[in-house]
Design a binder for this molecule. Structure first.
Ligand code: FES
Length: 156
Protein backbone atom coordinates (compact mmCIF):
# COMPACT_ATOMS: atom_id res chain seq x y z
CA UNK A 1 0.00 0.00 0.00
CA UNK A 2 1.37 3.42 -1.00
CA UNK A 3 1.48 6.59 1.10
CA UNK A 4 -1.78 7.92 -0.30
CA UNK A 5 -5.28 6.48 -0.18
CA UNK A 6 -8.50 7.52 -1.88
CA UNK A 7 -10.56 9.84 0.32
CA UNK A 8 -13.69 8.15 1.65
CA UNK A 9 -15.98 10.36 -0.42
CA UNK A 10 -14.13 9.41 -3.63
CA UNK A 11 -14.28 5.64 -3.11
CA UNK A 12 -17.73 5.14 -4.68
CA UNK A 13 -16.47 6.91 -7.82
CA UNK A 14 -13.33 4.76 -7.84
CA UNK A 15 -15.47 1.60 -7.59
CA UNK A 16 -17.82 2.86 -10.30
CA UNK A 17 -14.89 3.53 -12.65
CA UNK A 18 -13.37 0.12 -12.01
CA UNK A 19 -16.69 -1.54 -12.87
CA UNK A 20 -17.19 0.56 -16.01
CA UNK A 21 -14.47 -1.17 -18.03
CA UNK A 22 -13.90 -4.85 -18.75
CA UNK A 23 -10.25 -4.52 -17.62
CA UNK A 24 -9.12 -2.59 -14.53
CA UNK A 25 -6.21 -1.09 -16.48
CA UNK A 26 -8.69 0.78 -18.70
CA UNK A 27 -9.77 2.86 -15.71
CA UNK A 28 -6.31 4.45 -15.41
CA UNK A 29 -7.10 7.62 -17.39
CA UNK A 30 -10.34 8.48 -15.54
CA UNK A 31 -8.68 7.66 -12.22
CA UNK A 32 -5.84 10.06 -13.05
CA UNK A 33 -8.51 12.68 -13.79
CA UNK A 34 -10.17 11.93 -10.46
CA UNK A 35 -6.84 12.22 -8.63
CA UNK A 36 -6.15 15.53 -10.32
CA UNK A 37 -9.58 16.81 -9.35
CA UNK A 38 -8.98 15.80 -5.73
CA UNK A 39 -5.36 16.90 -5.27
CA UNK A 40 -5.07 19.61 -7.95
CA UNK A 41 -2.36 17.76 -9.84
CA UNK A 42 -1.09 14.22 -10.15
CA UNK A 43 1.67 13.88 -7.59
CA UNK A 44 3.99 10.87 -7.63
CA UNK A 45 1.95 9.42 -4.75
CA UNK A 46 -1.32 9.94 -6.66
CA UNK A 47 0.13 8.22 -9.72
CA UNK A 48 1.27 5.34 -7.51
CA UNK A 49 -2.21 5.11 -5.99
CA UNK A 50 -3.80 4.99 -9.46
CA UNK A 51 -1.31 2.30 -10.51
CA UNK A 52 -2.07 0.25 -7.42
CA UNK A 53 -5.81 0.67 -7.99
CA UNK A 54 -5.71 -0.62 -11.56
CA UNK A 55 -2.95 -3.14 -10.79
CA UNK A 56 -0.33 -1.84 -13.21
CA UNK A 57 3.23 -0.78 -12.52
CA UNK A 58 3.92 2.74 -11.21
CA UNK A 59 6.23 3.27 -14.20
CA UNK A 60 3.38 2.42 -16.57
CA UNK A 61 1.03 4.86 -14.82
CA UNK A 62 3.73 7.55 -14.68
CA UNK A 63 4.35 7.13 -18.42
CA UNK A 64 0.64 7.56 -19.10
CA UNK A 65 0.34 10.61 -16.84
CA UNK A 66 3.33 12.30 -18.44
CA UNK A 67 2.20 11.51 -22.01
CA UNK A 68 -1.09 13.39 -21.85
CA UNK A 69 -0.89 17.16 -21.52
CA UNK A 70 -4.15 17.33 -19.53
CA UNK A 71 -2.45 15.77 -16.51
CA UNK A 72 -0.36 18.13 -14.44
CA UNK A 73 2.54 16.65 -12.53
CA UNK A 74 3.02 19.93 -10.65
CA UNK A 75 0.45 22.41 -9.39
CA UNK A 76 -0.29 24.82 -12.22
CA UNK A 77 -1.13 28.46 -11.68
CA UNK A 78 -4.73 29.57 -12.05
CA UNK A 79 -5.37 30.51 -14.74
CA UNK A 80 -3.49 27.80 -16.50
CA UNK A 81 -3.11 28.76 -20.15
CA UNK A 82 -2.36 26.13 -22.75
CA UNK A 83 -1.63 27.19 -26.31
CA UNK A 84 -1.97 24.51 -28.95
CA UNK A 85 0.88 24.65 -31.44
CA UNK A 86 0.01 21.51 -33.37
CA UNK A 87 -0.42 21.64 -37.14
CA UNK A 88 -3.94 23.09 -37.53
CA UNK A 89 -3.27 25.80 -34.97
CA UNK A 90 0.30 26.40 -36.12
CA UNK A 91 -0.67 27.20 -39.69
CA UNK A 92 -3.17 29.71 -38.31
CA UNK A 93 -0.62 31.57 -36.19
CA UNK A 94 -0.32 29.65 -32.92
CA UNK A 95 3.42 30.16 -32.61
CA UNK A 96 2.95 33.94 -32.60
CA UNK A 97 0.10 33.62 -30.08
CA UNK A 98 2.43 31.69 -27.79
CA UNK A 99 5.04 34.47 -28.13
CA UNK A 100 2.34 37.05 -27.29
CA UNK A 101 1.50 35.11 -24.12
CA UNK A 102 5.17 34.77 -23.18
CA UNK A 103 5.78 38.50 -23.63
CA UNK A 104 2.63 39.51 -21.74
CA UNK A 105 3.27 37.17 -18.81
CA UNK A 106 7.06 37.54 -18.76
CA UNK A 107 7.59 33.77 -18.70
CA UNK A 108 8.37 31.04 -21.21
CA UNK A 109 6.10 28.14 -22.07
CA UNK A 110 6.38 25.52 -19.35
CA UNK A 111 6.79 28.11 -16.59
CA UNK A 112 4.64 29.69 -13.91
CA UNK A 113 4.86 33.37 -13.00
CA UNK A 114 6.91 34.03 -9.83
CA UNK A 115 3.73 34.93 -7.93
CA UNK A 116 2.29 31.52 -8.88
CA UNK A 117 -0.74 33.07 -10.56
CA UNK A 118 -0.29 32.13 -14.23
CA UNK A 119 1.04 29.00 -15.86
CA UNK A 120 1.74 28.87 -19.57
CA UNK A 121 2.13 25.69 -21.52
CA UNK A 122 2.63 24.75 -25.14
CA UNK A 123 0.18 21.96 -25.89
CA UNK A 124 -0.26 19.25 -28.45
CA UNK A 125 -3.58 19.08 -30.29
CA UNK A 126 -6.36 19.94 -27.87
CA UNK A 127 -8.93 18.14 -30.00
CA UNK A 128 -10.78 21.16 -31.36
CA UNK A 129 -8.90 21.88 -34.59
CA UNK A 130 -12.00 23.46 -36.16
CA UNK A 131 -11.47 26.32 -33.69
CA UNK A 132 -7.80 26.93 -34.58
CA UNK A 133 -5.86 28.77 -33.45
CA UNK A 134 -6.97 27.61 -30.06
CA UNK A 135 -5.92 27.93 -26.47
CA UNK A 136 -7.37 26.72 -23.21
CA UNK A 137 -7.78 28.77 -20.07
CA UNK A 138 -8.14 26.25 -17.26
CA UNK A 139 -10.78 23.86 -18.67
CA UNK A 140 -12.33 26.25 -21.20
CA UNK A 141 -11.59 26.40 -24.92
CA UNK A 142 -10.92 29.85 -26.32
CA UNK A 143 -10.77 30.02 -30.09
CA UNK A 144 -10.40 30.84 -32.74
CA UNK A 145 -8.44 33.78 -31.36
CA UNK A 146 -6.19 36.45 -32.82
CA UNK A 147 -3.34 38.33 -31.17
CA UNK A 148 -5.53 41.25 -30.11
CA UNK A 149 -8.02 38.94 -28.41
CA UNK A 150 -5.22 37.11 -26.59
CA UNK A 151 -3.72 40.40 -25.37
CA UNK A 152 -7.16 41.57 -24.17
CA UNK A 153 -7.76 38.23 -22.46
CA UNK A 154 -4.44 38.38 -20.62
CA UNK A 155 -5.09 41.94 -19.46
CA UNK A 156 -8.46 40.85 -18.08
S1 FES B 1 -4.17 21.35 -33.81
FE1 FES B 1 -4.80 22.78 -32.33
S2 FES B 1 -6.63 21.92 -31.54
FE2 FES B 1 -5.94 20.46 -32.97
Amino acid sequence: MGALTWPADARPEVERLLKTYPRRRAALLPLLHLAQRIWGHVTDDAVALCAETVECSPADARGTASFYSMYHTHAPGRPHIRVCTNVSCQIRGADELLRVCERALGIKAGQTTPDGKFSLEEAECLGACDRAPLLMVNDDYVGPVDQGQVEALLKK
